[in-house]
Design a protein around this ligand. Structure first.
Ligand code: PMT
Length: 396
């Protein structure tokens, strides 16, 4: 029995193909078994014999070139602990982004369930072409990992971004995927994030300063650790984390419906959204005009929004429920009141106001539970998110 990992490297037709030989050696030095799949074009740059000699494994090129294994696009994909495409041409990126499978490499990429790491290499204008960038964005959104190309003098004579990343950096990225914590695998995590927006009329609304950074960081941390994540989000500018389902909403009532629909089947619900506590009772269907609608503007009636966390806390049935508390003062005492009143298993209490928490990259929080409190130092929201997921993983 061995715990040696198998890395399948897909090599495409580009001058950077020679660096794939070095990548093979880097991975082997780290104790991994390496197999190579080449496109026909890649064989024009490096002879398959080179990879055969380096890996001591048969080099796969054609869909039908293995007399013993007629479906080796499937077996190669299954053998891989990580499938790396390095160098990856613009053409292969396009094929992968659109699910095309017309050679052994692209078919293996479509068939594998292993994490996929792509190291693009191409001319700077091809790389910067919006079509290529769209393909990269689409693959990222589907959970494909990337090692950025380097900047510099390119084989074609142009200068810019497009050089294959350093083989050691690619090997580091492979190992980050191999040894990533996957302790949330099989768990469904529901997260609320961002502000809610409560209309007064078609142009005005009540809202708050939440940027969504905290909630999106939690979603990313949970997804990276293998969870199936749904993020119910108010309007924010933060990009959606790879592999996370995002449900966009505007109002607290919409957020409640979206959460309620998914709560029963989740294992964990984390409520980081800054939900407006009140909403205008009767939003106008036209712009309320100064001088014309002053009476209506001066007398906007507010009604209380549903408390989403408290509603889910009251009906939880085995789910781990984590809320936040945004407090300007008496952070711990007020947080504890919310822990009880909303029937949460933990409250992440943070101080807001004076430039703290809302919109920042860092946050300082207390973890409050019935068993005790822990004060955490200020840290990036990404790190705090990981600590929240550590708590979740320990308590599931
Ligand atoms: O988005 P960022 O810019 O990164 O900022 C992060 C943050 C400050 C928004 C985040 O760290 C935070 O504190 N989120 C909770 C904000 C909030 O509304 O706190 P609260 O103390 O008012 O509410 C307590 C809890 O009840 C929260 O989990 C909240 O999501 C929930 N709640 C509140 C009201 C309501 N009607 N429904 C709710 O579910």
């Amino acid at each position: 029995m061995t715990d040696q990992k198998t890395i399948v490297i897909g090599v495409t037709g580009c001058i950077g193909a020679y660096k794939a030989c070095e990548l093979v050696r880097c991975l082997q030095k780290r104790g991994h078994r390496v197999k190579v799949v080449m496109t026909e074009h890649a064989t024009k740059f490096v002879d398959p014999v080179t990879f055969r000699a380096l890996t001591h494994e048969k080099v796969a090129i054609d869909l039908f070139d293995d007399p013993i294994d007629p479906i080796h696009h499937i077996s190669l994909g299954q053998e891989a602990d990580v499938f790396v495409v390095a160098p990856c041409t613009a053409n292969m990126l396009a094929k992968m982004a659109h699910g095309m499978a017309d050679d052994l490499l692209s078919t293996t990429a479509l068939a594998t369930t292993a994490p996929i790491l792509v190291a693009p290499a191409m001319n700077v204008h091809m790389y910067e072409n919006p079509i290529t960038q769209d393909n990269i964005a689409s693959l990222k959104a589907r959970g494909v990992h990337f090692v950025e190309p380097g900047d510099g003098y390119l084989a074609c004579g142009d200068v810019g971004k497009g050089r294959l990343a350093d083989p050691e950096d690619i090997a580091d990225a492979v190992e980050a995927l191999l040894f990533a914590q996957r302790d949330m695998e099989g768990k469904k995590v529901l997260i609320t994030a961002g502000p809610t927006v409560e209309p007064i009329d078609p142009v005005r609304y009540i809202s708050n300063h939440s940027s969504g950074k905290m909630g999106y960081a939690i979603a990313e941390a949970a997804a990276k650790r293998g969870a199936e994540v749904t993020l119910v989000s108010g309007p924010v500018q933060v990009p959606a984390p790879a592999g996370v389902e995002v449900v966009n909403i505007l109002t607290a009532c919409d957020m409640l419906s979206a959460v309620d629909e998914r709560f029963d089947t989740c294992d964990v619900a984390i409520f980081s959204a800054a939900v407006a506590d009140k909403r205008p009772a009767a939003p106008a269907d036209h712009k309320l005009k100064k001088g014309v609608d002053d009476a209506a503007l001066d007398a906007i009636q507010l009604v209380t929004n549903p408390d989403i966390l408290a509603t889910m806390g009251a009906k939880k049935d085995g789910q781990l429920v984590i809320g936040f508390a945004a407090e300007t003062n008496d952070v711990v005492a007020n947080g504890h009141k919310k822990l009880v009143s909303k029937n949460a298993d933990m409250i992440v209490a943070n101080q807001v106001g004076g430039g703290k928490a809302f919109g920042t990259d860092d946050n300082e929080a207390w973890f409050l539970t019935a068993e005790g409190d822990a004060q955490l130092p200020a840290m990036p929201k990404t790190e705090l998110a990981d600590k929240i997921i550590d708590f979740v993983a320990e308590h599931l």
